[in-house]
Write a protein that binds this ligand. Sequence first.
Ligand SMILES: NC(=O)c1ccc[n+]([C@@H]2O[C@H](COP(=O)([O-])OP(=O)(O)OC[C@H]3O[C@@H](n4cnc5c(N)ncnc54)[C@H](OP(=O)(O)O)[C@@H]3O)[C@@H](O)[C@H]2O)c1
Length: 333
Amino acid sequence: MAKTNWGILSTANIGRKAMIPALKASKLADIRAVASRDLDNARQFADELQIEHAYGSYQELLEDDEINAIYIPLPNHLHKEWSIRAARAGKHVLCEKPLALTAEDCEEMKATADAHGVLLMESFMYRHHPRILAAREMVKTGKIGELKIINAGFTFWLADENDIRNQPEMGGGAVMDVGCYCINISRLMAGREPQVVQARAEWAFSGVDDKLVGMLDFGGGLMAHFDCGFNMESRQECIIAGTDGYLSLPRTFTPGLEETMIEEQKGKKSLLTHRFDGVDEYRLIAEDFMRSIPTGKPPYDANDAAANLRVIQACLQSARQNGSPVVIKTALN
Ligand SMILES: NC(=O)c1ccc[n+]([C@@H]2O[C@H](COP(=O)([O-])OP(=O)(O)OC[C@H]3O[C@@H](n4cnc5c(N)ncnc54)[C@H](OP(=O)(O)O)[C@@H]3O)[C@@H](O)[C@H]2O)c1
């Protein structure tokens, strides 16, 4: 398979810390260039990370004919504009989560990508980890009986008032930043979309949700509840419970390169621990994406991102209405 030539839009932290090292470690990828709003910044970043070319604007990078895929780790409010621009330039797009600010925007982005024959995928790396795939399979094959409850949490301390996550106009807030993972894993394990959502939030001075607790009713006796926040100790967890047992996934979303596990509880005494070797989930998502380029079908398309955003938006709407139920309108519900 021909290598994919990547361009990186911005000098974002997540690129520096996670995605660029992952692409460098992959035999399927080459990183050709990085762009920043500031050329000196781009050059310094390129030197530090040993990337050949540096551009002083995102548009210049999109005009580089040698590049065929773009990684977008921009603030959330810029995902739509630059995904669309990249698609129009004929580049495949792996864009950070959440894919956009609204479900409608995701649909527009997908239509543009489809029209230009390029892939567009949201970078939820956690679901490419073998542990998550195994948990999904265990749920699907009835290992824990009938699925009843999914309970997910993702919190950390965010002290910096200037961080993009604390800016409402940039699509900040706890549910956009980390609650999106809890919603995503709930939908993934449920295998269907929630019908009704309720949420309560604690609001920061800036106007973003500092903490949000949500309940998703999938119908048929399956519910999920989750919490996310910027004003607590770091915590990531997910418990998936059924009529015959439950699965627990410690450090659910970013297990790092350490060995991970699924704890499977059945009956009062039986606790099974399924162990998984440490692996770089950022490399896995990038490679799954690159392998799907010749097929034209990404592992998750932008309709999935739209469905996730529909739930995020419903949670925020409910929280603004002090927890009143919000019905999610999809073709299926
Ligand atoms: N999947 C994951 O594990 C994960 C983890 C963390 C974050 N993320 C996602 O990745 C994205 C970036 O997060 P981050 O924490 O890495 O962000 P960050 O370090 O703040 O970087 C964002 C970059 O965007 C560029 N930018 C363009 N316009 C900007 C503006 N008006 N204000 C600030 N920056 C601007 C800047 O690059 P230049 O100055 O070089 O142009 C900046 O370095 C977000 O969508 C976030 O949700 C994903």
